[in-house]
Design a protein around this ligand. Structure first.
Ligand code: KIV
Ligand code: ZN
Length: 386
């Protein structure tokens, strides 16, 4: 049994770290306002110390966007935390999100710090952040590749220091679902004060398993899920918000918890993010790709026209689309062809339909899809022949 699942959207921070993506303040505000309509619980608005532009964007979002918690990222360093707070202080519900790496690889080669130093720094900086802001999230960067015993120690320390949320990232997308689920379960069993914090996960998609890992974590007790619109993010991206949310929405029989996301806003949010970032969505992308609710083959079209649940596990309306799409191509059958003719206002007798259907199949063999304009041209040609 599970209750409310918190959705933490990091499109404006980790999503913006996608190669080639850079959003200005107005664009960030537009996306943040749409994320508020989508009703996510937390918007990570940026990394204030990263640039003046990012600082101003986080500040503007903190001042103007109401509803969700507004978070800003900071390394576990005083100057980062001060800068984050400078931008976030205007928010009705501000959160400082501070992080430090805990894996041997990162501590040795990037931070050049010992375990003891990392633990001390994490605890000190959470205490410091807590002196400025009530809501503190702590992330153990590269948690999945960290020594679990050390992770437990770090999480215990930062919770005692006042962290309200502890986040477990699979920073390099290395985990598989069973392993990641097990890690979450072990953290819940081995961190003595875990009940005083919300357990969060943050999965990257390097092996294409970010959503699967996130759902495995949820099954093992995670309460906050970090994700981005369209799965945007560093390298291969982050867990896609729309996939997580619609998996939960569609499979209530599998998991009883619910998010607060207004699913009918999903499509609009995806289109806006794609337009403003310039990163297009692949056609076969789950939930938001152009083909996600399109049916081409005759067998599928016939099925859906008779009873949509034959080939649709969720409705297009549930993600904010008006209707599904019957794509006419060489695999389409008479049934869908006749339906489309009726929709276009043609009423033909059996013989005319038969003659046009033959012409349509000829054309479909030459073209990938047959558009309404193609049909109209074909029909006017055929009708004048008849
Ligand atoms: O992937 C990661 O580890 C991060 C942290 C900063 C949360 O983005
Ligand atoms: Zn990340």
């Amino acid at each position: 049994m599970a209750g409310r699942i918190h959705i933490f959207d990091t499109t404006l921070r980790d999503g913006e770290q996608s190669p080639g993506v850079s959003l200005n303040i107005q664009e960030k505000l537009q996306i943040a306002s749409q994320l508020a309509k989508l009703n996510v619980d937390v918007i990570e608005a940026g990394f204030p110390i990263a640039s003046k532009g990012d600082f101003e964007a986080v500040k503007a979002i903190a001042q103007k966007i109401e509803g969700p918690v507004i978070a800003g990222l900071a390394r576990a360093e005083k100057k980062d935390i001060d800068r984050a707070w400078e931008a976030l202080q205007y928010a009705k519900k501000p959160r400082i999100h501070t992080f430090i790496a805990t894996s041997e690889i990162h501590m040795q080669h990037k931070l050049r710090m010992s375990r003891e130093e990392v633990l001390k720094r994490a605890v000190e900086m959470v205490k410091y952040a807590r002196s400025l802001c009530e809501d503190i999230e702590f992330s153990a960067e590269d948690a999945f590749r960290s020594d679990p015993a050390f992770l437990y120690q770090v999480f215990e320390g930062v919770i005692a220091a006042g962290a309200r949320v502890i986040n477990i990232p699979d920073t390099v997308g290395y985990a598989t679902p069973i392993e990641f689920g097990r890690l979450i379960k072990n953290i819940k069993e081995n961190v003595s004060n875990i009940d005083q914090a919300i357990v969060s996960v943050h999965c990257h998609n390097d092996l294409g398993m970010a959503v699967a890992n996130t759902l495995a974590a949820l099954e093992n007790g995670a309460q906050q899920l970090e994700c981005t619109i369209n799965g945007l993010g560093e390298r291969a991206g982050n867990a896609a918000l729309e996939e997580i949310v619609m998996a939960l929405h569609t499979r209530k029989d599998w998991f009883s918890g619910a998010t607060g996301v207004i699913t009918e806003q999903i499509h609009r949010t995806s289109t806006l993010v794609s337009k403003l970032t310039g990163v297009s969505v692949q056609p076969n992308k789950a939930i938001v790709g152009d083909n996600a609710f399109a049916h081409e083959s005759g067998i599928h079209q016939h099925g859906v026209l008779n009873e949509r649940t034959t080939y649709e596990i969720m409705t297009p309306e549930s993600v904010g689309l008006k209707e599904n799409q019957m794509v006419l191509g060489k695999h389409s059958g008479r049934h869908a062809f006749e339906e489309r003719l009726k929709e276009l206002g043609f009423s033909l007798n059996k013989e005319e339909i038969e003659a046009c259907f033959v012409k349509f199949k000829d054309l479909a063999d030459k073209k990938k899809t047959v558009s309404d304009q193609d049909l109209e041209a074909l029909l006017s040609e055929k009708i004048t022949e008849i």
